[in-house]
Design a protein around this ligand. Structure first.
Ligand SMILES: [Zn+2]
Length: 149
């Protein structure tokens, strides 16, 4: 008999569910069966009326997008000017780390991760269709329109 079995036996259903919840809350944002891809958490810092994202390079590398394009997205979502300076993003305004993480996560979900195969090996093409990008998945070949920004 191993220790893990003993633990499960003595837990009530409620405790066991709580334990499961905790395990899932620690999991990456995407479910593990789909991908082991982890969206980098935003490292941000508020100074005065500006917010700096210090790890924009890490985020853009992971997304395989130019930092400028992510800056443009953030600028649109937050409705403030955003500057890319010395490998950091400077946002005009005070934004919580939680809000920034939510927006970055949405960026990955819509513009990076293929909705067909859930892999992040994609790129965006801006074709003739105004207001739309085409997301092209290099892993499974899917391509579909996403709203441009
Ligand atoms: Zn795909």
């Amino acid at each position: 008999m191993n220790i893990e079995n003993i633990c499960v036996v003595i837990l009530t259903d409620e405790e066991y569910l709580k334990l499961l919840d905790r395990a899932f809350s620690k999991a990456p944002e995407l479910s593990a069966e789909k991908s082991d891809f982890v969206i980098p958490p935003v490292e941000s810092m508020i100074q005065g009326n500006r917010t700096t994202i210090r790890n924009i390079m890490q985020i853009s590398d992971k997304a395989r997008r130019e930092p400028d394009t992510i800056a443009k997205y953030l600028s649109k979502e937050l409705s403030v000017p955003v500057n890319y300076e010395e490998q950091r993003l400077i946002l005009n305004g005070r934004f919580s780390n939680e809000d920034l993480n939510r927006i970055i996560r949405r960026y990955f979900e819509v513009y990076v991760i293929c909705r067909e195969c859930h892999k992040p090996d994609t790129h965006l093409e801006s074709g003739s269709n105004r207001g739309m990008f085409t997301l092209v998945c290099e892993a499974c070949g899917a391509h579909y329109g996403v709203k441009s920004y």
